[in-house]
Design a protein around this ligand. Structure first.
Ligand code: SF4
Ligand code: SF4
Length: 114
């Protein structure tokens, strides 16, 4: 194979018609505030777990709507429920409670931390 000094990255395109968004739909039923996120990134910038795990409520919500289940589960496991993201959200979303609800939906227990 001829080398050109660069390589092509695999496409990250998502076919939204084929994505399973059932977890996001269930989350919205339990936490209607999930719909009002404006993706500002304040939660990402302040997240205690972000530097070593990439955790971000913003990315969790986007991932749920794009079928990135493995990435979402990895971020949920890293969350320490410290609540800093809740304090900075300009939309007043109780992100900590949202994460707890998502863990319950996903069967990823953080029991005893509510
Ligand atoms: S801080 Fe609030 S509005 Fe901004 S991205 Fe995070 S959850 Fe969404
Ligand atoms: S509660 Fe979780 S997502 Fe929010 S700032 Fe703390 S570690 Fe990050």
């Amino acid at each position: 194979m001829m080398e050109f000094g660069f390589s092509l990255s695999p496409s990250s395109a998502v076919d939204l018609d084929k994505v399973d968004t059932s977890r996001f739909d269930r989350l919205v039923e339990m936490e209607p505030q999930a719909r009002i996120c404006i993706g500002c990134g304040s939660c990402s910038a302040t997240c205690t777990a972000e530097p070593y795990s990439g955790m971000s409520v913003r990315k969790v919500l986007l991932g749920l709507q794009r079928g990135r289940d493995a990435e979402v589960d990895r971020m949920l496991a890293a969350c320490m429920l410290c609540g800093k993201c809740t304090m900075v959200c300009p939309r007043g979303i109780n992100t900590r409670h949202l994460i707890l609800s998502l863990c319950r939906i996903s069967g990823k227990g953080k029991e005893g931390k509510a």
